[in-house]
Design a protein around this ligand. Structure first.
Ligand code: GTP
Ligand code: MG
Ligand code: ZN
Length: 305
């Protein structure tokens, strides 16, 4: 039976590309009923075994082991997530960025932060532009300091994306972020011959807010794939345990080992090295505040379910 890769999922169909034929024609497949019974659903990025049916369509028979699995956006075998945030329109939300990083750390996927629409900084009134620039400089210093790569881009201004393209080569990567931050626009600018629908077009058609409606893997010229995904407005922590939260704040790890108590939640325990790190300015206040916020959010959820 042939092997392949699911490159798109739409309305209960999975589009499978034959192994070794990157960018080639896909076979439209249904999933075998057994998956539903087992509570498993195939994901874009899954390596699968499939077979053909009489009508020229196919059936996904087996799903290969997953190296990683993201729930939001739903995609398997991603090794790099590009978290896309615009400097403005919409203005960057640091709480959402940290929440996103928690999800990515939990999935054990690498992350790179892309700051889009950099060209808008030149077009804003001077004061507003200066304020945003300062904010971006601080943000870049903070996240680079933690160990995340940050790249400034502009699909309109035509810069930044060579660095992004190089970073994505030879693996499955995903563009994820709020709706309207410019994920599809950046991919269109980066990839010759690709023209994904972006917001302006859909406004003309009078459609709603989210422009991209499905997850799709696009072949990259340098090898590998990039997934464009629909934006989201919020993320929740359903699948994450509260005891795992501290570990998902990457820079806490080197301090957490020296906390007095094992299983320290870094909230009210004495001898907490993480809290000391915050007081000494080694850990950013904003990161610790978001940790506390997410901790409460997760506790609340537990109480409700
Ligand atoms: N000035 C400027 N505008 C941009 C840039 N990139 C995207 N835009 C605009 O931002 C709007 C949203 O862009 P999209 O690419 O559709 O955003 P998206 O993240 O794919 O949105 P969803 O598919 O809804 O998740 C469009 O009007 C784009 O023209 C940029 O670099 N500079
Ligand atoms: Mg889009
Ligand atoms: Zn602690």
């Amino acid at each position: 039976m042939p092997k392949g890769l699911i490159v798109k999922a739409l309305s209960g169909y999975y589009y499978v590309e034959e192994e070794g034929k990157r960018g080639g024609k896909t076979v439209q497949c249904r999933a075998r009923g057994i998956f539903k019974k087992k509570g498993v659903s195939p994901l874009v990025g899954d390596r699968v075994v499939y077979s053909f049916t009489e009508n020229g369509e196919g059936v996904v028979d087996e799903i290969g082991p997953r190296e990683s699995e993201l729930i939001r956006p739903p995609i398997a075998n991603v090794s790099l997530a590009a978290l896309v945030f615009s400097v403005t329109e919409p203005e960057l939300n640091m709480q959402l960025l940290d929440k996103f990083l928690v999800h990515i750390e939990h999935a054990e996927v690498e992350a790179v932060i892309l700051l889009t629409k950099w060209d808008l900084l030149d077009r804003l009134p001077e004061e507003e532009s200066a304020r945003l620039r300062r904010r971006m400089e601080e943000l870049i210093a903070l996240y680079r300091g933690i160990g995340y790569e940050v790249i400034a881009t502009s699909a309109k201004g035509g810069f930044g994306y060579q660095g992004v393209a190089d970073r994505l080569a030879d693996q499955i990567s995903v563009f994820a972020g709020q709706s309207g931050v410019g994920k599809s626009s950046l991919l269109n600018a980066m990839l010759p011959g690709v023209s994904l629908e972006t917001n302006q077009i859909s406004q003309r058609l009078g459609r709603g807010k989210h422009t991209t409606r499905h997850v799709e893997l696009l072949p990259l010229p340098q090898g590998g794939y990039i997934a464009d995904t629909p934006g989201f407005s919020q993320l929740d922590f359903l699948e994450l345990g509260v005891d795992q939260l501290g570990w998902c704040f990457r820079e806490f790890r080197s301090y957490a080992g020296d906390c007095k108590f094992r299983g320290c939640t870094h909230i009210h325990e004495p001898g907490c090295r993480v809290k000391e790190g915050v007081q000494e300015g080694l850990i950013a206040d904003s990161r610790y505040e978001h940790y506390l916020l997410f901790f409460d959010e997760m506790k609340d959820k537990r109480r409700r379910y």
